[in-house]
Write a protein that binds this ligand. Structure first.
Ligand SMILES: [Fe+2]
Ligand SMILES: [Fe+2]
Length: 193
């Protein structure tokens, strides 16, 4: 399925603000792909589809996962906002015909990141956070700047900011976000690239 067809489909399925965010992520991912020598079309496709599982509330997402035979992890059951990533990766494959594993992984891991991400995974993780439509939060300017300069440092800071936010609001933390932060924390000398 080409980008335009998917865009039209998503415009109908997603609420207006989610669709606008999706376009923001798609174009931000394209810019980062130019910067980091990643296939631009792949980055746009992953950006466009990253929230395709978010077209209905978590309750309905859980039902749909059941219908599709998708097993949810314990942590996904505990933190329902995580579910759209797993559902999205499945729909990207089954409903939108994406076969590329790297794109499917970028969608699957876009909310938490993970250690040893591919360049495309890092781009989608960051583009979701920095796209122009995001409301200004502390640290966002710096992550935006770093995203085009030192992508691993940007991933580290983005994960750190997310952890700080979750701690402050006393929300449940997905251990994978912590692992992402620790892996990309330069002071630990564990970076992959
Ligand atoms: Fe998302
Ligand atoms: Fe998103």
């Amino acid at each position: 399925m080409d980008l335009e067809t998917i865009q039209k489909k998503l415009e109908k399925k997603l609420k207006k603000s989610r669709y606008q965010h999706t376009l923001g992520v798609m174009f931000t991912a394209a810019s980062m792909a130019m910067r980091f020598d990643v296939d631009i079309h792949k980055a746009m496709l992953a950006g466009l589809l990253h929230d395709c599982g978010k077209f209905c509330p978590p309750k309905d997402q859980i039902k749909l996962c059941g219908k599709l035979g998708l097993e949810l992890t314990e942590i996904e059951k505990e933190i329902p906002p995580m579910i759209h990533a797993r559902l999205g990766a499945c729909l990207a494959e089954k409903e939108y015909g994406v076969e590329d594993e790297d794109i499917l992984n970028a969608i699957l891991h876009h909310t938490t990141g993970r250690p040893q991400m591919s360049m495309l995974e890092k781009i989608i993780f960051l583009a979701d956070y920095i796209e122009p439509g995001r409301k200004m939060i502390p640290g966002l300017e710096e992550v935006r700047h770093l995203s085009f300069k030192d992508i691993d440092a940007a991933v580290c800071m983005c994960a750190r900011n997310t952890l700080d936010y979750l701690e402050k609001t006393e929300k449940r933390i997905n251990p994978l976000t912590e692992q992402t932060y620790l892996f990309y924390d330069d002071t630990r000398g564990k970076r992959s690239i």
